[in-house]
Design a binder for this molecule. Sequence first.
Ligand SMILES: Nc1ncnc2c1ncn2[C@@H]1O[C@H](COP(=O)(O)OP(=O)(O)OP(=O)(O)O)[C@@H](O)[C@H]1O
Ligand SMILES: [Mg+2]
Length: 347
Amino acid sequence: MFSFSKTAGVLGIDIGTANVKAVQVRKSAGKTILERYGLVNVIYPTESQAKFDAVKQTAEILGQLYEKAGFTTKKVSLSVPSNVAFVSVLNFPPMPEKEMQKSVEYQAKKYIPLPISEVNIGWQILEETLLKSPHKDAIPEIKVLLTAVPRNVINNYLRVMELVGFEVAALEIESLSLIRSLVDAEAKDGILIIDIGAKSTILSYVHQGHLMATRHLTIGGDSITSSIANSMGISFERAEQMKRAVLAPNVVSPAAQISRNVVELIRSEVQQFMRMTENESNGIARIILTGGGSKMPGLAEKFSALGPKVEFGNPLAKLNFPPELENKLVMLAPQLSVACGLALRQE
Ligand SMILES: Nc1ncnc2c1ncn2[C@@H]1O[C@H](COP(=O)(O)OP(=O)(O)OP(=O)(O)O)[C@@H](O)[C@H]1O
Ligand SMILES: [Mg+2]
């Protein structure tokens, strides 16, 4: 007998340091329909607070979000922050897939600064290319993306999900979720995705649709808010309001100046990362901005000076949704990129 379970569909969950985001989709007639979404601001106690149990607290937050947003599926895809993962692109000569598994594990030992038994390794073949040599004929070469996430990190996420009663269908690093939601399947050019979150900024270098390198910066939207709060002697909440009110790029005010300084810091880190990608491959043709911090006014102009065309990512582009959700969704879209990418996974 066929049963059209009420729990069909998948929930993409992005546990950020400032906001937990979740997006529920359902597949229907070849389309992916965004049915419900939710975002909740999280204020974790400082780590020094003795009784703080991050796993329990996160599970409670997710349980509340589940009820509030009216989600109906318990099948979830999760992201882990790119800064806890090790990401490398390795080159191999052509070989059968079975041998590749052994070779990747062998090579992984050289690249991952933890015992292999303590990490969960994932790999995928990116492309087969011909390596040009000035002395010999072109040598075939296989590029492989290696990702490794410490098992204790994965176990913590799994404990949270078990407490909420979720069934985990997939777990991946957030750069891969971002590519799925923000990059066209046909894109061949070099792309830099800049996800400006609360505590961090993640740079993901994408070539021919594949992740080639990541970098994690410990600067984000909250760095601006904290600097404004500290230098003006005001609360974080008041500073957050001031930050968002810095509308025009040429506004002269202490808050505006602090914002510009922090953005400048991010920009110079981006510039360094771009130089590295130029040395290693074809460089970057486009920059895609996303994350809550990308809502800072004047950001696109700042990054335009780096050369590549700058655009804002649209994680809703591959999704269908009821028109009544549109206004709110569009406003929140920059913060939903990871959750949308997770929900778009084909299981
Ligand atoms: N309208 C806005 N203008 C400026 N900044 C904004 C705006 N809306 C949100 N932000 C900033 O976005 C940040 C939160 O973004 P986001 O939800 O993407 O973070 P997160 O995913 O929880 O953090 P992280 O990825 O670092 O763990 C905060 O620093 C917040 O101040
Ligand atoms: Mg984030």
